[in-house]
Design a protein around this ligand. Structure first.
Ligand SMILES: Cc1cc2nc3c(=O)[nH]c(=O)nc-3n(C[C@H](O)[C@H](O)[C@H](O)COP(=O)(O)O)c2cc1C
Length: 205
């Protein structure tokens, strides 16, 4: 039986690593062509605990961290710089599976962001320069003009990564795997990291 096997709703069958189960579920959502299979809700908070949440895309795992990409000077980027604690949730209606995580976020090494940025198409690269994400814009025309200026600036040469744009690493400390059940009697398993191992508890739905 592979981790996250769909025929089982029992963590004994899933192995001891909830991130392996998560990866298997997410991959299944992709393979089945489910809409927004790679979308998650990503919550950050100010140092005094005011939360904010938005949708972002999941860019795979590296060294036990979930990778996200964003503008470091966006609202979320500014919140993370002051308070690295964050939470996220995936829900795939087509699988009746939910994964919640809580943990900390940090910027990936610059070389990793450079590598990721180099793999984006040119228009997306230019867009990363043109958009001062989360800052007020007077009009759509202002954004279009910024894009034109950037196009001109990089004409005939490669677009380097803007210093304010890059990969984030989300390191989970707590993971909850949720499997929809009938009569709202769902299965919930909460995993907490304890050094190198994960402690698991079943929770009432
Ligand atoms: C389906 C979807 C995917 C998105 N993916 C990303 C993403 O990967 N990175 C990102 O910075 N914003 C992404 N956004 C935009 C964010 O939801 C949000 O508008 C933006 O990041 C600014 O958020 P902030 O002001 O809280 O920083 C996505 C939006 C949607 C609806």
């Amino acid at each position: 039986m592979t981790s996250g096997d769909f025929s089982s709703t029992s963590p004994e069958d899933w192995g001891t690593d909830p991130l392996a189960v998560f990866a298997r579920w997410q991959q299944t959502a992709v393979e089945r062509g489910l809409p927004a299979a790679d979308a998650l809700s990503f919550a950050t908070a100010t140092p005094d605990g005011r939360p904010s949440v938005r949708t972002v895309l999941y860019k795979g795992m590296r060294d036990g961290a979930l990778r996200l990409v964003t503008n470091y000077e966006s609202r979320k980027g500014r919140e993370i710089a002051q308070n690295p604690r964050a939470a996220l949730v995936f829900f795939w209606p087509g699988l009746d599976r939910q994964v919640r995580m809580e943990g900390t976020v940090k910027r990936a090494p610059a070389a990793e962001s450079d590598e990721y940025f180099a793999g984006r198409n040119r228009d997306s690269q230019l867009g990363a320069w043109a958009s001062q994400q989360s800052r007020p814009l007077a009009s759509r025309a202002e954004l279009d003009a910024a894009l034109e200026a950037v196009r001109h600036r990089f004409e005939g040469r490669a677009v380097e990564r803007p210093p304010h744009w890059g990969v984030l690493h989300f390191l989970p400390e707590r993971v909850e795997l949720w499997v929809g059940g009938s009569h709202r009697l769902h299965d919930r398993f909460s995993y907490e990291r304890d050094g190198e191992v994960w402690r698991v508890q079943r929770l009432a739905p």
